[in-house]
Structure formats: structure tokens, C-alpha cells
Design a protein around this ligand. Structure first.
Ligand SMILES: NC(=O)NCCC[C@H](N)C(=O)O
Length: 420
């Protein structure tokens, strides 16, 4: 039996206007995804394709996640759960049609099976459809709901093969959509295993009553392609019109230029600093190596070193691009932030311990207010180091959650921070 989801805290009070004008301003509202049955689809055979390094022990992962949600709720953050948002969104007929059409399509299922699968999905109630969309569906489960259409796509699958793959990386709500100033980017995801996550977030922001009525900007064309990709873990909102974006394994220069152009066109930002990161799994997103702790402090992985950067600014009808040498990295970010220097926080430890803590998301802090961060308890050196500097560190367990390679920053999509 999976454990029940706890109430996320006291009855939510209206949290304010949607938007995030800073990485560290007091967090008011966040989207989380409590890991569920989709995690039980992970096997030693498919985990790499599904971007997990190991299999999660689900009840323990849920306990850990519940603690994360409780720490946030105790700090006055309104916690929204993706499963609830998706289920409530599917009650809107247009949203349901959009999601079903973008899930059961000719490309994935072929022209013979797609219409049958769509009809099967249409017949489900909102909760069942939500479960199938997130957890996926085997052919055996499909046959409990519909007769097998004549389709070589389906005929090629065994009974326990997946007609619809699960989405275990919904856990990392940061990446799929990101609020930047008074708008949201529903991101085109780089890895095939995560592409369908954007369908759900797009539907939520377009049709869920909580978001549909708000006049926020959109910084992306979701599901565009695998070239113009930006993922939220690569994006840090520096404040006062500045944005920092990492380009590496997931976010591409093409995607970042489009993203910057949209921010500039709306007047939401006027400078974007890009960092060229190594293309490696350990550095898959900027927030795995560097996150903000307060208005001018970053916790940074020692092994990251200094990176080539560029400053993008608007020119009226295009972008002005000024490249910088690696040694200028901190100065360039400081200048974009309008501060004389950054405070770079790098715990002192031997290279092996530093690499182990980075792998365990030691630099993946979620600021819930300036100088108040949520981190995994396992990163003892980084946590003690921050505490010694006077940072209020609120630790949560991450032994199971961390197996998907993400910490508190990755597992949270802030939708409202103070000061927007
Ligand atoms: N911002 C992040 O670094 N998110 C963690 C994403 C982990 C996920 N398993 C992935 O590979 O996409």
C-alpha cells in the first residue's frame, strides 16, 4: 500500500500575484509533484532511458517528499500538487481534448491505434486519466479498457510493454515550467523521456481556473522541437530585470536566444547572462552546480570552475551579444545584478567529497526567503558550511528522492514569490 498524501498544511490563503522576480524573495506558492505509482515503472532495464540513476523505494520516497512539502507549508508557502492541478484541469473539456490529442498521437501510436486510444482516454474519468497520463499504461492495462485495434504498433508490443511511457521526472517540477518575472515558460524538453510533461503544464496554465484568469506572459512555445530547448533548472531569476541561464546538456543557445527575445520584447527583462556549461550528466542543469542563497550569494560547486559567459541585451529589433572570457564569469553576473561583487559560497573539502556532495545535490538549495534555504540532509559539509555563515538551513531527507538526480531546487516550481 502506498502511503496517503498528507494535507499540505493550513487552509491556503490567497498567495498573491503570479510571478517570480527573484530567486530568493519570500516564497509564497509552489508546485510540487509527490512521487507516485509512476516510480514503480522504473526497472534496471529502463531507468537510464527514463533519466534515473537508480530505482526508488516508493513509500520512503513519499515520506521524504511529504517532509519537504511540510517544511514548505510550515514556512507559509502554499503547496500545490501537480496531480491535483492536472486532474482539475482535465475537467475542462478543451483542456482534456488538448491533452488527449497530444498524448495519443499518430507519431507515438500510429494511425490505426491512435483514434482507439483517444476514445479509451476520453471514456476515463478525470482521476483515472490523470493516473494514466503520469503513470503510463502497459498493453495489458490497455486491454482491460479496450479491445486491441489492428495495429502493427500494438502488435509489436508484449503484454507488459508500455503503450504509454510513465513520467517519473514530473518529480522535478522546476524543469518543465519556470516562472520568470511576470510570465511563465512551459519548456520544450531536451530528452524524449520528458517531452510529454510539457503537455500537462501547458494545459494547466491555459485552462486551470487558478491560472487561466491571470494575465501573465508566456516565454515559450512548448513542444516546439528538440533544438530550441530551455529547461527551468538552467534558469536563475537574478532580480531587477536580469536572468542567468546555463547552456549545456539541456538548454541550447538557440532556445536561450528565443527565450531572451521574448523576455525583452515584453519588457520583463533587459539582460540575460548565459553560461556555457560542460555537457555532462553531473552538470545537467545550472542549478545542479549553482543556486542562490540570498540577494548576492551563490552556493557553487568547486569543480565547476569558471565558465565562458555572454551578456544578451535588447537592441530594438534584435539581440546584442557580448561574449566574456571564463575568468570574468563572477564579475559579469555581478554587473548584471547591479552589485559590486558576488559572494561565492564553496565549502572547503577534498575534491572527492566535493564531487560526491554535488552528485547528492549539495549545491541545489531552494531559497524560501533571503538567507533561508531548504537542502538535503545528506550534504553535511555544505549544510554546516552554510550554517556557519549564518544561513538558516532547513534540511529534508533525500536518500530516495535523490536517485533521480535532483534536490529541493529541482523539485519545486515557484509560482509566486514576494515582490513581483
Ligand atoms: N533541475 C534539475 O537538475 N532537475 C533534475 C532533473 C533530473 C531528471 N532525472 C533529469 O535527468 O531530467
Amino acid at each position: 500500500m502506498l502511503t496517503e498524501k498528507p494535507a499540505p498544511g493550513p487552509a491556503p490563503t490567497p498567495a498573491g500575484t503570479l510571478g517570480v522576480a527573484s530567486e530568493v524573495a519570500r516564497l509564497r506558492q509552489v508546485i510540487l509533484h509527490r512521487p507516485g505509482r509512476e516510480m514503480t515503472r522504473l526497472t534496471p532495464q529502463n531507468k537510464d532511458e527514463l533519466l534515473f540513476d537508480d530505482l526508488l523505494w516508493l513509500p520512503r520516497a513519499q515520506e521524504e517528499h511529504d517532509e519537504f512539502a511540510t517544511v514548505l507549508a510550515a514556512a507559509g508557502v502554499q503547496v500545490l500538487f501537480l496531480t491535483d492541478l492536472l486532474r482539475e484541469t482535465l475537467a475542462v473539456p478543451e483542456a482534456r481534448r488538448y491533452v488527449v490529442d497530444h498524448t495519443f498521437g499518430v507519431r507515438l501510436h500510429g494511425p490505426s491505434a491512435a483514434p482507439v486510444l483517444r476514445a479509451m482516454a476520453e471514456a476515463m474519468d478525470d482521476a483515472e486519466l490523470t493516473d494514466v497520463l503520469i503513470c503510463g499504461m502497459t498493453k495489458r492495462e490497455m486491454l482491460e479498457r479496450t479491445v486491441e485495434p489492428r495495429s502493427i504498433v500494438l502488435a509489436s508490443l508484449g503484454l507488459d510493454d508500455l503503450v504509454l511511457p510513465p513520467l517519473p521526472n514530473h518529480l522535478f517540477t522546476r524543469d518543465t515550467s519556470s516562472w520568470v518575472y511576470d510570465g511563465v515558460a512551459v519548456n520544450s524538453m531536451r530528452m524524449p523521456a520528458r517531452v510529454r510533461e510539457s503537455v500537462h503544464l501547458e494545459a494547466i496554465y491555459r485552462w486551470h481556473p487558478r491560472f487561466a484568469g491571470s494575465a501573465h506572459h508566456r516565454w515559450s512555445a512548448p513542444l516546439a522541437d528538440a533544438i530550441t530547448t530551455v529547461e527551468g533548472g538552467d534558469v536563475l531569476v537574478l532580480g531587477d530585470g536580469a536572468v542567468l541561464v546555463g547552456m549545456g546538456e539541456r538548454s541550447t543557445p538557440q532556445g536561450v536566444e528565443l527565450f531572451a527575445s521574448r523576455l525583452f520584447a515584453a519588457g520583463a527583462a533587459d539582460r540575460v547572462v548565459t553560461l556555457s556549461m560542460p555537457k555532462a550528466r553531473a552538470f545537467m542543469h545550472l542549478d545542479t552546480v549553482m543556486t542562490m542563497v540570498d540577494e548576492r550569494s551563490f552556493i557553487k560547486y568547486a569543480g565547476l570552475g569558471m565558465l565562458p559567459s555572454a551578456t544578451l541585451t535588447p537592441t530594438g529589433d534584435g539581440l546584442r551579444v557580448v561574449p566574456h572570457e571564463p575568468e570574468q564569469m563572477h564579475g559579469v553576473i555581478a554587473e548584471a545584478m547591479g552589485v559590486t561583487s558576488l559572494r561565492i559560497l564553496t565549502p572547503e573539502q577534498d575534491v572527492h567529497s566535493a564531487a560526491r556532495e554535488q552528485w547528492g545535490d549539495g549545491c541545489n538549495a531552494l531559497a524560501i526567503a533571503p538567507g533561508v534555504v531548504v537542502t538535503y540532509d545528506r550534504n553535511a559539509t555544505a549544510n554546516a558550511y552554510l550554517q556557519d555563515l549564518g544561513v538558516d538551513v532547513r534540511v529534508v531527507p533525500g536518500g530516495e528522492l535523490g536517485r533521480g538526480r535532483g534536490g529541493p531546487h529541482c523539485m519545486s516550481c515557484p509560482t509566486i514569490r514576494e515582490g513581483i
